[in-house]
Design a protein around this ligand. Structure first.
Ligand code: ATP
Length: 453
């Protein structure tokens, strides 16, 4: 069977992720655990850059947004009140022939005959509701009274702490509470690499506002979030704001958009931006009996704020960044012969390593000492990688493959051996254009920090 180009592209991406240490299968030596992934040395840097940038533009650069970090385990009452215990389900069917357990929407429907996508069998069970929350027990007794769940979203801890955060931060509407953290869903069919996982991270903002302004803030946040993806290197042409039609939206939502990206395996959701009205706060008011409301000093009115929620997936965005960055072009090898080059064209602010520092030769003490000195000079400002092994062309290629946007090379001119005017200058190579410029060492920190921020 001929694999489509996009399938081949995805296979190359998955293999690069493992080979270069971005993403590994969880518990790999024991055969893995379906739907769980570990981030290796480069993956963790990429993920951290994404989360830090989100925090910077969503919290630090805004006067009216504060952060919090809630616990993963919460009182079961939270999940009863939020509706998750009763309704956070996917319809699921079993194939009696091959025993596959499938999400009902994955069953093939041919002229009203339902078929298993696995074996083609037609003997399927009726759909049953399957709750996606992982159940666990708190404390030493394993009975109904000690049941709770791993949180399936981070949002609920924001709602239940709304009053505390409002009081300590003394914000006026509109204001937001942001959180980044793990969430867990027992997905029936984890698939597409990390795209649909059972353990993942979310970056969520709950933006509280007045009812009259709900739609205005929904539109505002949709645009802000689209800009965010552009600012991390995902072009607008590959992003789509899909408006969820009335009949598919949660009953309490007055407007929801999915921000989608063209992955190699199809157009899929990166983030949901939803106007959730006052539903969540009202549910927790009813269930807890506590007044989760807001007092307007000017009008002397008390009311429950409405909320707009941009909710993004860290892992899905990391995957989108890798898919978008993956490229192959040609570059000359050591002998000048053109060869295929794999290059990850990460936006410099996302790149796991910002700059490599390379002495031209390994066996020249002065070159090595100077290069190490430059690496130490840059290290407090960014993640750098010192590399002295192999031909210089091969070292560039290794960095291209992991998306390092800049390389500093220390050569004999740096030592002033050829032209005294070039003493203490280095070459700065650009990953994408492969062009080199000559810059003084004293200017390196300011040039590089301005390009990677
Ligand atoms: P989907 O329809 O793909 O299952 P969802 O609409 O249920 O996603 P939300 O509940 O809106 O997702 O969660 C917000 C974000 O959290 C999603 O846009 C996605 O980025 C991320 N997310 C949700 N489920 C998963 C998962 N199983 N694996 C990785 N990320 C996820």
């Amino acid at each position: 069977m001929n694999k489509s180009l996009e399938t081949q592209r995805m296979e190359k991406i998955v293999s690069l992720c493992k080979r270069r240490g971005f993403i590994f299968q969880s518990s790999e030596i024991y055969g893995g655990l379906n739907g769980c992934w570990d981030y290796g040395p480069l993956g963790v840097e990429l993920k951290r850059n994404l989360k830090n940038y989100w925090w910077r533009v969503m919290v630090h650069e805004r006067e009216n947004i504060v952060g919090m970090d809630g616990s993963i385990l919460m009182n079961r009452a939270v999940w009863k009140a939020s509706g998750h215990e009763d309704t956070f389900t996917d319809p699921m069917v079993d194939c009696r022939s091959c025993k596959a357990r499938l999400r009902a929407d994955q069953v093939i429907d041919r002229k009203d005959i339902q078929q298993c996508p696995n074996c083609g069998g037609k003997d399927l069970t009726a759909p049953r509701a399957f709750n996606l929350m992982f159940k666990t027990f708190v404390g030493a007794t394993e009975d109904e009274s000690s049941v709770t769940y791993l949180r399936p979203e981070t949002a609920q801890s924001i709602f239940v702490q709304f009053k505390n955060v409002l009081e300590v931060s003394r914000k006026k509407l509109p204001f937001g509470i942001a959180q980044i953290g793990k969430a867990f869903r027992n997905e029936i069919n984890p698939r597409n690499f990390t795209f649909r996982s059972r353990e993942f991270e979310q970056m969520e903002l709950e933006y509280f506002c007045r009812e009259e302004e709900g739609i205005k803030w929904l539109d505002y946040w949709l645009e802000e979030r689209l800009k965010f993806y552009e600012n991390i290197g995902i072009p607008r042409a590959k992003l789509h704001a899909h408006e969820i039609p009335d009949e598919e939206r949660a009953f309490y939502s007055k407007g929801t958009y999915d921000i989608e990206y063209d992955f190699p395996f199809g157009r899929q959701e990166l983030e949901g931006v939803a106007y959730r009205t006052d539903y969540d706060l009202q549910q927790h008011i009813k269930a807890s009996g506590k007044p989760l409301d807001y007092f307007d000093e000017e009008t002397k009115q008390r009311f429950v704020p409405h909320v707009v929620e941009p909710s993004a997936g860290v892992d899905r965005t990391v995957l989108a960044l890798i898919c978008e960055a993956y490229d192959e072009d040609t570059a000359p090898d050591e002998k000048g012969k053109l060869e295929t080059r794999i290059v990850l064209r990460f936006h410099p602010r996302m790149a796991p390593i910002k700059c490599s520092v390379l002495p031209l030769l390994k066996n020249n003490e002065q070159l090595v000492a100077k290069a190490k000195e430059i690496a130490d000079l840059l290290r407090p400002h960014m993640n750098v990688f010192y590399d002295e092994t192999g031909a210089i062309g091969r070292r560039y290629r290794r960095q291209d493959e992991i998306g390092t946007p800049f390389a500093v090379t220390v050569d004999f001119e740096t030592l002033g051996e050829k032209d005294p005017a070039l003493r203490n200058t280095v070459t700065l190579r650009d990953r994408d254009s492969m062009k080199q410029e000559r810059v003084p060492i004293t200017e390196l920190v300011s040039i590089l920090t301005s390009r990677v921020r």
